[in-house]
Design a protein around this ligand. Structure first.
Ligand SMILES: [Zn+2]
Ligand SMILES: [Zn+2]
Length: 341
């Protein structure tokens, strides 16, 4: 075992604590975690944890040690890791490069069960992480490591559906919500060449949307704007993190188009007439496979895309979570873990 320091949630509160990491296996990397994004999932996990938990599943850092079978990484390499750290490697999904849909369920970066020793994985609100090499990605030089951290959860979660649904030149994409997921969805859709519109509760976000490259903004609370955008979009990416009525968003989807509902997981109620009229599809997505994650990072490097982040010393994590809960974030908090040394 090796020891490090991190932020551990006990009874809903985060406390600085010593943590144990496994001794390196032959195909493991040890990573000094420099930056870790603060995801909505972390907020839910901290609140509902009944056992001590270390959150954090979108991070960047530097390789500090490699196991004897590691060939793709060397000490000093900048790397990025997302929200899955292992999978069975043998099921149809894994063989198709969709490890995020592994039939045995992928091993989550925190709160998951290690496939070898059965231990519970501890996340990257921590100065060190030990990960199987297959689930670390070289961080392209030129991408700011703080801004790149949120690409590994928020980014890949919107990248896969945008690619799968054909967002690109000639397609019209709408993005509902401008948080961590939404603002990256806008940047990706614009860079992919789609005509891109933001749907927001208020017109206050118009300047913000334009800065992100969006061509238009529709106010979701305005009946006129929503009616005027009826059946306008081939793809609607819904990143709203609270439960909400999907009807108004389905009515924006063009014939044979798709609403991809990503921000809030769980049961939803849909009037099938909202699908029937226009033969519309309702979909969801989350995380990404290894090939798509690597492709997204290459695309980001080519287009100079990172998340818009507010970087905070990790000791201020509780304040960041409170602000995230209030929606007071522009557009993603990233923790700088160097204060744990
Ligand atoms: Zn996340
Ligand atoms: Zn699998």
């Amino acid at each position: 075992m090796r020891t490090t320091t991190g932020w551990q949630a006990v009874g809903g509160e985060l406390r600085r604590a010593p943590l144990e990491r496994r001794a390196l296996r032959p195909d493991d990397l040890a990573i000094r975690v420099d930056y870790c994004g603060v995801c909505h999932t972390d907020l839910h996990a901290i609140r509902s944890a009944d056992a001590p938990l270390v959150p954090g599943h979108e991070f960047t850092g530097v390789v500090t040690e490699t196991g004897p079978e590691v060939t793709g990484f060397a000490i000093g390499d900048p790397v990025a890791v997302g929200n899955i750290v292992d999978s069975c490697g043998a099921c149809a999904m894994c063989l198709a490069g969709q490890e995020n849909f592994c039939h045995e369920f992928p091993t989550l970066t925190y709160g998951g069960t290690d496939r070898h020793d059965g231990s519970t994985t501890l996340g990257a609100y921590s100065r060190e992480y030990v990960v199987r090499d297959r689930f670390a990605y070289p961080l392209p030089r030129g991408l700011d490591p703080a801004g790149a951290a949120p690409l590994l959860c928020a980014g890949i979660t919107v990248w896969e559906p945008l690619r799968a649904l054909g967002a690109g030149p000639g397609s019209r994409v709408a993005v509902a919500g401008l948080g961590g997921l939404g603002h990256l969805a806008v940047k990706f859709a614009v860079a992919l060449g789609a005509e891109t519109t933001v749907i927001s509760r208020s017109a206050d976000k118009a300047a913000d949307a334009r800065l992100l490259g969006a061509h238009d903004l529709i106010v979701s609370t305005g009946a006129e704007g929503m009616a005027g955008a009826r059946e306008k979009f081939d793809v609607v990416i819904d990143t709203i993190s609270a439960p909400h009525d999907l009807g108004p968003y389905l009515r924006l989807v063009a014939m044979d188009g798709t609403l991809s509902h990503l921000g809030h997981l769980g049961p939803v109620t849909v009037n099938t007439l909202d699908l029937l009229v226009g033969r519309k599809k309702l979909s969801s997505a989350g995380s990404g496979g290894r090939p798509a994650t690597a492709a997204m990072l290459a695309f980001c490097a080519a287009h100079g895309i990172t998340a818009d982040v507010e970087v905070l010393p990790s000791a201020r994590v509780t304040g960041a979570l409170e602000r995230l809960d209030r929606g007071d974030v522009h557009h993603r908090f990233v923790l700088d873990l160097s204060d744990l040394d």
